[in-house]
Write a protein of this length. Sequence first.
Length: 142
Amino acid sequence: MNTIVVGYDGSASARAAVRHAVQLAKGGRLYIVNAYEKPPPQLTGRWRELLEHDHVERAHSLLDAILLEGNDELAGAHWEGRLEPGEPAEAICRVAREVNADTIVVGSHGYGAINALLGSVSHDLLRIADRPVTVVPPGASH
């Protein structure tokens, strides 16, 4: 049985990555990770608390929505949604290490050369991950 960590941001490519990860897991465990941005350190007090609460609520909404989007394949899968603070690639890698995942799966938005210049989650994962990474191409999202 496989343990798979999949990055999820609510996009069509992320939904395709979840479908692919369910197939790869083959009855194993699936961890669906949504990273949320922590407030800047210079923000303190009640404003920091409110901003972090807002980010966590949006992340919860994304994970809750995954069940409402017709992801029937999740019904029979052993999965857990995880909210993780920080940059997405780092958060996904952190969960993968914690659960000793066999592989990481993410979708690609396919924005091309612009992403290569600015960086993307899949690009960052390929650079920092300590285990195999599968990037599901945009065409697989239909």
